[in-house]
Write a protein that binds this ligand. Structure first.
Ligand code: GDP
Ligand code: IMO
Ligand code: MG
Length: 429
């Protein structure tokens, strides 16, 4: 068997959580391969809404196992906050949750460092979610990090203290005063205390060598779906650097983040919204600063699932989409939130970028170039509600035309269309 992949093709928040949840009954195992609690994956069913940050989005199906892979970074406190919320809703997530021994731990001081680095950057700040993502991956690649498997070691506390004092030294050197700085409304000391309680609770979770478990599960004929976090335009290598996250969000990240050979990658599903959003700073060529963008934000409820920040909104960007499809080897496209554009009389779609008077033949190195302009094609809006559509053939002609245009421009079929946040509002071809 092979590992199928679902990942975001834009700047995150494409609706990965919803689709992974819809796909879960078809798979034995769902696995997160990168990122951490910077992710916010929303799942809505039966009138209830859940937002997951660390736990894979297959957790609502008891027969499916959910793996937090080695490429993920974990804040134990946030993980248990999620587990406790699911328990309050009557679930027992610890039963079908497996955690890689090799996943790195986000320490409270990683979060302080994240805040210090952002405040040092001033106006050029990245707009990080401040969950400690950058500093934790920095320690991972700098070969200093603490991993889940280390929580059982005698010297765990000593290593923690050593790393903490190095972090605090850096923070002091940066002149960042954290005495008043709250971490999710807790003082540093209160956060640290809860963090250690959570580390203790982690010892009761199913901690495994996930690379061995996943490969032997595939050998036994089990099906696996890898769930991406963030999006391709936030990839550390290919996104709008430096306004990116600190992991590889693309298909290649599945191999290193789960210990899967490239030969074992199966079908790649790429998710995108019928328009674009971005939260945090950084270039966004099709961004709208007018009432059209505001309308998208309100209709699409475009406020961050993790931070609550308003998301920036703009038109569909085909140069970015084509680039993402190339990087990920996308076989099948999933278009989300078409319903948000229902009342729009016309919709624009960026077909190319232009630098001065010249159309760019390939995706540019510098997306921030102020002379870079999107070239739009205006299309007729569908101007109708989609609630009554139960299959793809029910959709209005103008929406079918919009989808056909995207398929022609990318060469990849749009196989799934999402027309609302609920599990059931999903049309498959
Ligand atoms: P993720 O990070 O990719 O999982 O996406 P988020 O959960 O952060 O953001 C997607 C948002 O759009 C959530 O609030 C979803 O409930 C919502 N959503 C998902 N699909 C649709 C859709 O087709 N239509 C509408 N209107 N909302 C959707
Ligand atoms: P999901 O999985 C949207 C953005 C942040 C910031 C940049 C770096 O829900 O799609 P970080 O905290 O990683 O240092 O922030 O990346 N970002 C996301 N934007 N969706 C996400 O995840 C994101 N995770 C990080 O806003 O601009
Ligand atoms: Mg999200």
């Amino acid at each position: 068997m092979k590992v199928d992949v679902i990942l975001g093709l834009q700047w995150g928040d494409e609706g990965k959580g919803k689709i992974v949840d819809v796909f879960t009954p078809r798979y034995d195992i769902i696995a997160r391969f990168q990122g951490g609690p910077n992710a916010g994956h929303t799942i809505i069913f039966g009138g209830k809404k859940f937002v997951l940050h660390t736990i894979p989005s297959g957790i609502f199906h008891r027969k499916t196992l959910n793996v937090i892979g080695n490429g993920v970074i974990i804040d134990p406190l946030i993980l248990f906050r999620e587990i406790d919320k699911l328990r309050e809703a009557g679930m027992e997530p610890a039963e079908n949750l497996l955690v890689s021994r090799r996943a790195h731990l986000i320490m409270p001081t990683h979060r302080l460092l994240d805040a210090a680095l952002e405040s040092e950057k001033g106006v050029s700040k990245i707009g990080s979610t401040l969950k400690g993502i950058g500093p934790t991956y920095t320690d991972k690649y700098g070969r200093n990090g603490l991993r889940v498997g280390n929580i059982f070691d005698h010297e765990f506390n000593a290593r923690y203290e050593q790393l903490k004092s190095e972090h605090l030294e850096t923070i002091r050197h940066m002149g960042f005063d954290f005495s008043e700085h709250l971490l999710d409304s807790l003082t540093f000391d209160a956060y640290e205390e809860k963090w250690f309680e959570s580390v203790k609770r982690m010892k009761d979770l199913k901690i495994i060598d996930s690379e061995i478990f996943l490969n032997s599960s595939l050998d036994e004929g089990k099906s696996v779906l890898a769930e991406g976090a963030q999006g391709t335009m936030l990839d550390v290598d290919f996104g709008s650097y430096p306004f990116v996250t600190s992991s590889n969000t693309i298909t290649a990240g599945v191999c290193s983040g789960l210990g899967i050979s490239p030969r074992r990658i199966g079908k790649v599903y790429g998710i995108f919204k019928a328009y674009c959003t971005r939260v945090g700073s950084g270039p966004f060529p099709t961004e709208l600063h007018d009432e059209v963008g505001e309308n998208m934000r309100v209709r699409g409820n475009e406020f961050g699932s993790t931070t609550g920040r308003p998301r920036r909104c703009g038109w569909m960007d085909l140069p970015a989409l084509r680039y993402s499809i190339m990087l990920n080897g996308v076989d099948s496209l999933i278009m989300m939130k078409a319903d948000v554009l229902n009342p729009f009389p016309t919709v624009n779609i960026c077909t190319d970028y232009q630098l001065g008077n010249e159309k760019l033949g390939s995706f540019p190195f510098n997306l921030s170039d102020e002379n870079l302009k999107p070239v739009y094609r205006e299309m007729e809006g569908w101007n109708s509600e989609l609630d009554a559509c139960t299959k793809v053939s029910d959709i209005p002609a103008a929406l079918a035309e919009y989808i056909k245009f995207i398929e022609d421009e990318t060469g990849v079929p749009v196989d799934i269309l999402s027309i609302g946040p609920d599990r059931l509002q999903t049309l498959e071809r």
